[in-house]
Design a protein around this ligand. Structure first.
Ligand code: FAD
Length: 315
């Protein structure tokens, strides 16, 4: 059975959840192999977890040049690994970095590229939501090694013990790939909440909050969720732009999306309509958001959200 390479998305050695989702999806196409770009020590610390979610092999690319530069060396290392292993596909997370690495890799290997898949079926057929969510497209790469980026939460990580055999891979990084050096990198302030695009649950607030995000945050914290917002809330200066969900904000696809005081404009839907379960709280029973919900609550969010939060705390 062919290998399927999965680029491990990690921050300072902590593997992000979407990587385990990719390993689960990779098994539909062949034998998952994780590609860890970082130090051998860091790889050693995470290899058991990667194996637990199905990695038969863990390729370690330990090269200081890769860490010190932006994405080009990563793409180069992956391309060399593709040449060596002739995998059935390469899967990456649909993060800005993942997509850039994927694009460069596809060019280097003369392969077809599919971005932002929300599912991958056997045979490598992907599902995507395009044109602001107006179409669902199934697609398949027909040339080279399929390079596919997958949105977080596309699959539930499933334990499937793999051998997790560590193999060091010495990549040759060209001068041409060392053109953009990282001069400084500062970790972002952490809120203690999950990253919006990776969270399994997102609670978002809109103009209907009137700028009062405390009930949104309280429910989010009770659920271990990330906080999102509509553009109206962001433009009003109530929350930072990094919270914005939608066409000109972030695209999320969590297991559960709670929209409170959000009308459901097409541009907002574009960023959240592939969520697995959608719940809306709106005091207008004709709000368009109710067209796409699994559960709708007609009511004032300032009453409904605290009641829901209290009920969760009492469980
Ligand atoms: P509104 O549409 O004003 O809706 C507020 C809702 O809150 C109403 O349905 C109301 O009934 C309800 N409400 C009021 N009070 C309460 C209460 N106490 N309890 C419960 N419900 C209450 N928007 C995005 O979100 N993301 C984007 O990325 C985005 N990109 C855009 C790009 C372009 C090019 C354009 C033109 C627009 C974009 N927009 C985007 C804006 C979008 O069109 C809407 O204007 C915006 O989504 C509206 O935000 P809202 O739902 O919070 O506000």
């Amino acid at each position: 059975m062919s290998e399927v390479l999965v680029l491990v998305d990690h921050a300072e050695g902590v593997v992000k959840k979407p990587t385990y989702e990719l390993l689960t999806l990779a098994r539909r196409l062949g034998e998952p192999s994780a590609v860890f770009i970082g130090t051998a020590d860091a790889a050693g610390a995470v290899k058991d977890n990667l194996a637990r979610y199905g990695a038969e092999k863990v390729y370690v690319v330990d090269d200081a040049d890769i860490k010190g530069f932006l994405v080009a060396p990563k793409a180069e290392a992956l391309a060399q690994l593709v040449e060596k292993t002739s995998p059935a596909a390469v899967l990456l997370t649909s993060s800005p970095e993942g997509k850039e690495v994927a694009a460069r890799l596809a060019i280097k290997t003369s392969s077809g590229l599919i971005t932002d898949a929300v599912d991958i079926a056997e045979g490598g057929i992907t599902t995507q939501s395009v044109f602001a969510g107006n179409y669902t497209v199934t697609a398949k790469v027909t040339q080279g090694t399929p390079v596919i980026t997958v949105k977080p939460n596309a699959a539930t990580p499933q334990e499937h013990t793999g051998a997790g055999v560590v193999e060091e891979f010495a990549a040759t990084i060209s001068e041409a790939a060392r053109t953009a050096q990282i001069v400084a990198s500062q970790p972002r302030e952490k809120s203690g909440r999950p990253e919006l695009t990776e969270a399994a649950i997102v609670v978002s607030g809109g103009r209907g909050t009137g700028g009062e995000f405390a009930p949104i945050e309280a429910l989010a914290d009770a659920l271990g969720a990330a906080v999102g917002a509509s553009r109206a809330a962001v433009d009003s200066g109530w929350v930072p732009h990094s919270y914005q969900v939608g066409q000109t904000g972030k695209t999320v696809s969590p297991q559960l999306y709670v929209a409170a005081g959000i009308s459901g404009a097409i541009q907002h839907r574009a960023g959240m309509q592939t969520s697995k379960t959608i719940v809306a709280i709106n005091k207008d029973d004709e709000a368009p958001i109710f067209e796409l919900v699994d559960l709708g609550v007609v009511g004032d969010l300032h009453t409904v959200l605290p009641a829901a939060t209290e009920a969760i705390h009492h469980r």
